[in-house]
Every structure is written in C-alpha cells, then in structure tokens.
Write a protein that binds this ligand. Structure first.
Ligand code: K7E
Ligand code: CUA
Length: 761
C-alpha cells in the first residue's frame, strides 16, 4: 500500500474510532435521561421532532428574509430554521465576492443614486409569480433608504440588477408583485420634491410628493425594463405598504399611507408623531395599473426625470386613482387570495379593517364619492367600502392568509401576540403570545393565490431575554409556529444576527431549481459567456490599452499563472475561470493589500482590476479550502520598480534531489495509479452515466489524468537526461494530479454506492 492510501486509511480509522466512542456514550442515555438532564417537557420533545432535520435531510420550504440594515437577503429552511445563505444585494459580501469582482460591482453600483452607496435597508422580498402562484424564478426586494429595487435570480441566488427610483428619496412599499409579475410595485415613504432639488418646507403641500411606481418586469430576460415603467404621482401622504390586487381585483394596486395630515415638525412645533396622528383616518390609495399601462403604451403619458409620470390630474381624469379612508396610522395592507377582500390594520387602532373589493368597485363604477381631497382625488366613503371591523388586539400590523378560506393571522405589535381570526364572519379564533413585539409574519406561500398555511413565522422586533446575552445589541428573533391545528403552537426560536428582517416570504423548496455549476467561462451577472473565458492551457498575459490583462484559470490545486509580474503604476486586470465541473468546488482568490477577494464557482469567470501603485511582493492565494493541497494554491504578484532589469541569476533551489528521490517518487506514483485504476474500474463497471453529479466528477478527473500524463512524460524526459532535480519535481507534480484524480474518483465511488448504482458489466 502506498503512503497516500495508508495515510487516508489511518485518518479515517481514527475518525471512526472517535465517532464510535462518543456515539456509545450518547446512546447509553435514554430519552428520559436527556429530557431530565436538559429540563425538557413532552411538549418540547414534540416541537423538536417537528423541526429537527437529520443530517442530509431537506426542508419542505425555503424562506427568503430581508436582511434589514445589512442590505442582504437571508435564506433559511422551514421547519428546520437552518440558515442556508446570505445573498449580497445592496451591500458588498466578500464571501461571494459580491462588490469585489468587476462583474458584481457593475450590478451593485448600477443602482447608485449619487456616489457609491455600500448598504441598503431591505424590507420586503417578493417572489415572481405566474397566475398568482410563486414560480420560483426571481426574487425582488426594496431598499427603503435609497429607493431601489433589486432583482435576484433564483437559478443561482445572485443579484442581477438594481434599479434606482427617479422620483423618490425613500421607498417603503416595495417590492410587491402583480399576479404575472407584469410589474413590481414600489411606493414612496417620506414625501420629497420630484424636482430632485432644494425646495423649502413652506412649499410642502405644493411641491413635495409621494408616489407609487410600477416597475415593468420582463420574465424572459429576468430584468426590469426601466423604459416601460411608470409612476403615479401621489399627494405627500407618506405612502406605506402596498399589495397588488389578484383574481377579482386583478389590474389594481393598493397602497396605504400615514400622516395624511401632511404635518411637518420642527423647532417650536409639536413633534412629528403628534401632528402625524391627529386625524382618525388616513388614506388607502387605489390605483388601476392595467389601464395606466394602456395609457403609457398609447403614448399618452409624459416622461419626467427620464421616466413616465402619471400626474394626479391625469390619473383623476382617466379614472385611475381613488382614495378610501383607513384606520389611523395604518401599516399593513394585504389582499386575500381571491382578491375579494383587503385587510388593513392601524397601529393606533385595535381593529383590523376588512374592505370589500366588490363594494369599492361598485362605488368607482357608479362614481359614488363622498368628496375629494385637496388634490382633487375622489374619496370613497368608508361605509361604501368596508366589509367589517374586527377587534384583534392592540397595535395590529400585518396579516397573512391561511390555506383555509377566511382564516387569517394578524401580528399584534403592542400586545406581543398573533391573533388568528375569521375575516368573513368577523370573529377571533385563537391567540398566541410571542417574544416580543411582532412586526411582520409569514405563512407558507402566504402571498400567493393558494397559501399553504402549515407554518407561521413571527418576525419579532425585540428578543430581550430569549437567547444568551451578547451585549446591548440583541439578535432578532424569528419564531416558528405550527398552524396546522386549531390552536397555534410555538415550535422554535431562531436568532438572526444580521439586521432587522422586516418581511420574509417562503416557497415550496421543490419549486426551486438552482444550478450546481455555470457553463464554462460564464459571466453570472450578465448571464452570458464572459469575453475573458479562459481554457486550460490557454492562460496568457496581454498588455492592451495600458492594462495588463491576465487570462488565468483555477482548478484543484493550482492558480495559473503562478507568477504575475507588472511594473509599478500599471493597471492589472486579472480574469479567472474556474475549470471545475464538480459540485461545490469553488475556489477563491485574494491578493495582499489590494482589497481583492473573488469567489469563483465551477464554470464562472470573474475579474478584478486594480492599479499596482507600489513596487513590492504581493502573495495571492485561494481562499476556499478546496482540496488537500489547498494551501499550496498560491502565487506571487511581483510589482517591479519602474525600469527594473532582472538579474541574470537563476532561481535558487530550496532543496536538491537525487536519483534515489526520483525512484522513490516513481514508486509512490505506481502504487497510487493502482488505487486509481481500481476506483475507475468500480465506476465504469456501474451505471455512472445515469448520475449527472458523477459524470461531472468523472469529467474533472479525466482532465486531471490528462495533466498527470503530461507531467509524467516531462519527468521521464528529464530522468533520461539524468536531470533528477527536474525529474523529481515533475514526478511530484504527476503525483499531485493523481491525488486529485483519486480524490474525485473516491467521491464518485462513494456517491454511486450511496445512491444505489447498479453493476452494468
Ligand atoms: Cu412592518 Cu418595513 Cu413591512 Cu418593518 S415593515 S415591520
Ligand atoms: Cu482552490 Cu483552495
């Protein structure tokens, strides 16, 4: 047996022994012992059994939560509540190279308003839909602070586009999607001048405006089309959340507001919160996007700031915009799956208000209004719109729909509760205390036309005493609640330590079809072949237009080129293609002092461009522990002083090799080859071609074997010339390729054994 297999064997034997010792100690305890030791009740055990997911197990749903001030999206599984990914959206995310490689910088800063903004305040994620069902293709999310909408592709969980609103200075009521993802809604929050310049507050009523934007989405391209998007100019009423109508109310959008008093605080005046909650009601804005889109298409809408703006006058004249009184300082507005009812809750009212779309539509059609607001927008009387009011608790915020008709869940902020109630009959069914001060809540596929119910997640604003203390800034608390029975049952607390996650949406996991690799040489941000794609053996350095372009590759365990030499002051652009096809074989790339960190997933090509300002030595290396020889995956960027002439001297060897060293290495290689042959024999004698994962591994292994053959030939040529220095080094390189081949081969073999491959010959 050769040293490699011996080492591998002894390591795994050690692992096995260690494991069996601890398993024995563990299994000696009975369930009762564990419950006693940890102070667990029967109920706890039941809750654990409902959420625990054994190793290798999968979740039924994937949840996509806003990352709040982190500007990211957090992905976790339900019911296990295991975090799977943070997606960089408005904020650089080094692990994914997001905001570090040239390709993603173009996405991150395309939505820049003025200068490079490096964060976002994400609030509301929304899935793309087809006929009101989540289709698993895209996710949208807003940035409240710097009004923007991002598009995330669920094929690779990467941010592809950021669009910046041309009218607003903040936006909260986004992202909400129309039933076929025709549009993504984004409403303003704090009114501001549309002219984008300074306007004194004395002119607030005349010049400050709110609005709701309908961003046109192109599902085939997976991008927002800014040119075809349009915005309704709205009064300065602090528009809050929105929701798109569906089924019965398809073609319409609903946006609520607070501070319709249009109050502005300031020195020697009562504060904002007093002036903004004086009236008993605010306004629900009802907009007809279907008809508005026809107007836009007919060329009847003018562009302002380079984008279509439907003025209030035009909207009123064309019958596109109406107001309905809603409870004081409302927050959530949620349309039911059938689109027949709209539930609005006011933070300062203990009732949830249920509106009837049929009534609203009737008032619109019969032009029955109780008056107009100061901007001439017709107001529908409350009695002509309301279905019922239900007392649900103090400080109701958001509502989610159950699979059962008429059943809903409303978050009760002040009382720290979730109320389950029936909006058809107007009665409370159940209540559960949460910890603490719940904001949004979410049911499975809750925003679609056919919610699954099953689980509810409460997104709590405060955690207080739920977890081990970690200083004054506490984690957020997502609480998982079982809603499959009549009574709600609390199952699990999940701390989220990234930012305030306002809202989260969950989709059936099997609707998602994420890729495991990119096509070779892929620019993932534009979804096209990169012009810097580089194949094995075609690596090169080209000086072009004053830029040193390095066309490089990465593969276990090698960065090509290993040495890059430039002169101080030169701009370097390094393009790296990951040649791997195997699942989960990502390489990283970091360079000393240059703020460079790339993530190069299988098939991807990414670039980094920087100016080599100072002469010096800059090691670079792979940042993912990708293989046994990961630490050796390294190189040097040498930045020479201006006019530097290389000394003639050769590299000095650190170690001198003899014929004996060479022979020893050759013997090892022969033994290793025997291992490879047996693994290859196993694979080819089974139906491995039925397993795409294994085919990819075999392709990669075959590449490595090709490299191995080249190295072997070089070693033999040098040995024939009695150059045992080079012969030994190349024989060593031959072995490196063999080890990588064996590594992949063994993984393929294990996979086949675990997935029931059958013998074919
Ligand atoms: Cu209630 Cu931004 Cu939807 Cu926070 S928001 S809770
Ligand atoms: Cu590639 Cu470590």
């Amino acid at each position: 047996m050769n040293t490699f297999t011996k080492r591998a064997l002894s390591v795994s034997t050690g692992l096995l022994l260690g494991l069996s010792v601890s398993t024995a100690a563990w299994s000696a305890k009975s369930l009762e012992d564990v419950m006693k030791d940890r102070g667990l009740t029967q109920k706890d055990i039941l809750a654990a059994a409902k959420t625990y997911t054994p190793t290798g197990g999968r979740d039924e749903y994937l949840a996509f939560a806003s990352g709040g001030q982190s500007g990211q999206v957090i992905v976790y599984g339900v019911p296990s509540m295991r975090i799977l990914k943070y997606i960089g959206v408005f904020t650089p995310e080094p692990w994914q190279g997001y905001g570090f490689d040239d390709e993603s910088k173009r996405v991150l800063y395309q939505g820049k308003t003025d200068g490079e903004i490096k964060w976002g305040d994400t609030h509301h994620p929304a899935f793309s839909e087809t006929e009101g069902e989540y289709n698993g293709k895209y996710l949208f999310i807003n940035d409240k602070a710097n009004p923007r909408i991002a598009v995330i592709d669920l094929h690779d969980f990467e941010t592809k586009q950021i669009v910046s609103n041309p009218f607003y200075k903040s936006s909260h009521g986004g992202a909400f999607v129309t039933p076929n993802s025709e549009y993504v809604m984004e409403a303003a929050q704090y009114a501001a001048p549309i002219s984008n310049d300074f306007v004194p507050l004395e002119e607030f009523n005349d010049k400050y405006r709110g609005g709701v934007t309908y961003w046109k989405f192109d599902m085939d391209k997976g991008r927002i089309n800014e040119d075809d998007s349009f915005t309704f100019e709205l009064p300065p009423y602090s528009q809050d959340l929105s929701d798109a109508g569906k089924n019965a109310s398809y073609g319409w959008g609903f946006t609520n507001s607070f501070c319709s008093e249009r109050y502005v605080g300031g020195e020697n005046r009562p504060p904002y919160e007093a002036g903004c909650s004086a009236k008993d009601t605010d306004f629900l804005h009802v907009t007809n996007w279907k008809k508005a889109a026809e107007l836009v298409a007919a060329g009847k809408v003018k562009k302002v700031n380079g984008s279509y703006l439907i003025t209030m006058d035009q909207a009123v004249k064309e019958g596109l915009l109406y107001l309905v009184p809603e409870p004081k300082s409302p927050h959530g507005v949620d349309v039911n799956p059938k689109g027949t009812h709209i539930i609005v809750s006011g933070k300062l009212d203990s009732h949830a208000w249920v509106y009837s779309w049929e009534k609203i539509k009737k008032a619109i059609d019969s032009k029955k209004f109780e008056g107009k607001d100061d901007y001439g927008i017709p107001i529908i009387a409350l009695k002509d719109a309301l279905h019922t009011q239900v007392q649900v608790g103090l400080g109701p915020l958001h509502t989610q729909y159950d699979a059962k008709e008429c059943v809903v869940y409303t978050s009760i902020y002040v009382d720290s509760m979730v109320t389950k109630w029936d909006y058809c009959e107007g009665k409370v069914l159940d209540q559960i205390h949460i910890h603490y001060n719940v904001g949004h809540l979410m049911t499975m596929e809750g925003d679609s036309v056919s919610p699954d119910g099953k689980y509810l997640v409460a997104l709590n604003k405060l955690a207080i005493d739920r977890f081990n203390p970690v200083g004054p800034l506490h984690p957020q608390n997502h609480q998982l609640i079982d809603i499959s029975g009549d009574k709600m049952e609390l199952l699990y607390d999940m701390p989220l330590p990234l930012g305030e996650p306002h809202y989260v949406v969950a989709i059936k996991a099997d609707k998602l079809k994420p890729a495991v690799r990119y096509k070779s040489g892929w620019n993932s941000r534009t979804d096209s072949k990169s012009k810097y794609k580089t194949r094995a053996g075609r690596e090169k350095v080209v000086r072009e237009d004053g830029v040193v372009h390095v066309y490089g590759t990465v593969i276990r365990s090698h960065i090509t080129p290993e040495i890059i030499q430039v002169e101080e002051g030169e701009t370097v652009s390094i393009h790296l293609t990951n040649l791997e096809r195997a699942e989960d074989e990502t390489h990283g790339f970091a360079v000393y002092n240059e703020n460079v960190q790339l993530s190069i997933e299988p098939g991807k090509t990414v670039s980094t461009t920087f100016k080599a300002e100072k002469a010096g030595v800059f090691p670079y290396y792979c940042t993912e522990f990708c293989s046994a020889l990961h630490l050796e995956m390294q190189g040097y960027l040498l930045v020479t002083p201006k006019g530097y002439k290389a000394k003639a001297a050769q590299l000095e060897e650190g170690q001198v090799y003899t014929k004996a060293d060479y022979d020893k290495q050759v013997k090892t290689n022969v033994d290793t080859q025997a291992v490879i042959d047996s693994v290859v024999g196993f694979i080819t004698s089974h139906n491995y071609k039925d397993f795409p994962e294994v085919v990819a591994l075999v392709e990669d292994a075959t590449d490595q074997l090709g490299f191995a053959a080249e190295a072997k030939k070089k070693a033999e040529d040098f040995a024939a010339k009695d150059d045992y220095q080079n012969a030994t080094l190349w024989a060593g390189q031959h072995w490196q390729y063999q080890v990588k081949t064996a590594d992949m081969g063994l993984r393929a073999k294990t996979f086949l054994e675990q997935h029931g491959a059958v013998k074919v010959k």
